[in-house]
Design a binder for this molecule. Structure first.
Ligand code: UDX
Length: 455
């Protein structure tokens, strides 16, 4: 009998063009594709995901006239994002109109856009398409952004400049202190509050999807559900639910061969994600602290991440000799494979939400050195809620680096953190298994899309 091909309904995805946002959006695409939807990814001209074999079933569209790599370099991250939202609104409408023309009115099930790509919302409304906001950070960080979007910027700035206030718990956000709130290293407070205001203003979307799980932050999720006017779906961690390799930089896999030669749980893996910067002084303290710790290390130094240097030229010659004996430096690593490797005993991280989930997902305890935004929230939670991280604050010196590495990889304290991390790993795995909280939440979201006109 001839098999009838059922046409898949389409989900349109709009990711922010940055690694930490592209990765979870592509994972969400995989998860929704597995549930029977076709996936169209609408991208800007900067940081496009290649339509490689991993995404051969996806369609990719580029928004014409959107900003480019040189705009990012000239403007900086925060103004870039604000401007991107201005310039893309009209051209995204054209893209959607074209898609509707090709697909037919009923065939777009939903437009899922990153919280920071809020230019997508007016287009979805104009064409009366269901839409959902995808928040790629933790639920707690989203609660913080919602709170910050309502503060008086001038008064808050005065509070933030007072060292005593900085150490106080922010009202209603225990254990987060003023200094843990997601302000930005990439622009002035007024701009970040403006961005949060635009992004959190989500009443017109039908749902909020979050890459998190109730076993990690049930009270923040409950608070979000109370405060936002729409349904909140915690469906993470997506990297366990639906892996989707989408590295924008080339991964150096030679470090895995190096890891193969190291003792179990001995290596400290250092990576500060795709945007964080390290000043030369701090980099040197890290280098000498690592040297004095006597532990093997794998260090990702992204070209351009040390202002004033191309790559590693500011490291002293003596350190280069040590690297040959006890360390390994790469420009970009296959992070998931590294964290999964039995030789890795700890992860020194900027605590981006993806890195945080990936580390917990492999039961690896962390040294937390947040750089900006939600990373501070994650670092505080790693240290004092989940108790699987050592938080490094203030100016860094080699003595603190040495003792933190030993606390994590040699001392009993590190072993206890590892046990708690493994316990969380098991809970995360259970949450994305059939019947688990995140798996059920994804099913609920999918069912809401399948019920036509229900959103
Ligand atoms: C940023 C923010 O820091 C983060 O908090 C926010 O949630 C998203 O945007 P980023 O700095 O890129 O993200 O950090 P992170 O969220 O940790 O994402 C980095 C991704 O790059 C991870 O998925 C990680 O596996 C990958 N990576 C990192 C590599 O594949 N190789 C590396 O060497 C380093």
């Amino acid at each position: 009998m001839e098999e009838k091909q059922v046409k898949r309904r389409m989900v349109v995805l709009v990711p922010v063009p940055a690694q930490g946002h592209v990765t979870p959006m592509m994972q969400l695409g995989k998860a929704l594709h597995l549930k029977g939807f076709s996936i169209t990814v609408v991208q800007t001209q900067y940081n496009r995901v290649s339509s490689s074999k991993d995404f051969s079933d996806f369609h990719f569209l580029t928004i014409p006239g959107s900003l480019t790599e040189s705009d990012f370099k000239n403007l900086g991250a925060l103004p870039f994002l604000l401007k991107l939202n201005q310039v893309c609104e009209a051209s995204f409408k054209q893209c959607l109109s074209q898609l509707l023309h090709e697909q037919g009115d009923d065939d777009i099930a939903c437009v899922v856009y990153d919280e920071y790509m809020y230019f997508s919302q007016p287009a979805a409304m104009e064409f009366q398409l269901p839409s959902a906001v995808f928040s790629t950070t933790s639920a707690t960080a989203l609660v913080c952004r919602s709170v910050l979007s309502k503060v008086n910027a001038a008064a808050f700035l005065i509070d933030m400049k007072d060292p005593e206030t900085q150490d106080k718990v922010f009202p209603g956000m225990d254990p987060l202190r003023y200094k843990d709130l997601p302000t930005s290293a990439f622009g002035p407070l007024e701009s970040i509050i403006k961005l949060y205001n635009n992004a959190v203003n989500i009443q017109t979307a039908s749902a909020v999807i979050i890459n998190s799980a109730s076993c990690l932050e049930s009270s923040s999720l409950a608070r979000l559900q109370r405060e936002l006017q729409v349904l909140v779906y915690p469906i993470g961690p997506l990297h366990i639910a639906a892996s989707a390799p989408s590295s924008l930089l080339e991964e150096d896999r030679s470090c895995v061969e190096w890891l193969n030669k190291q003792k179990s749980s001995s290596v400290i893996y250092i990576s500060l994600g795709s945007l964080a910067l390290t000043q030369t002084k701090e980099m040197l303290e890290m280098a000498w602290g690592l040297s004095n710790s006597n532990q093997p290390f794998l260090w990702v130094i992204r070209p351009g991440s040390v202002p004033g240097s191309e790559w590693t030229e500011s490291l002293p010659v003596e350190f280069s000799k040590l690297v040959l004996e006890r360390g390994y430096i790469v420009k970009w690593a296959p992070q998931m494979e590294v964290l999964r490797h039995p030789a890795v005993g700890g992860f020194w991280s900027h605590c981006g939400w993806n890195s945080t989930l990936e580390s917990i997902g492999e039961g690896v305890p962390m040294i937390c050195r947040p750089f900006t935004g939600d990373q501070r929230v994650n670092a505080r939670y790693l240290e004092s809620v989940w108790r699987i991280g050592v938080l490094l604050e203030g100016e860094l010196d080699k003595g603190t680096v040495e003792s933190s590495v030993k606390r994590l990889t040699v001392d009993e304290e590190g072993a206890d953190m590892r046990k708690r991390a493994i316990d969380l790993k098991e809970k995360l795995e259970a949450s994305v298994r059939s019947g688990g909280s995140s798996s059920s939440s994804l099913d609920d979201f999918v069912n809401s899309l399948k019920m036509k006109n229900s959103m």
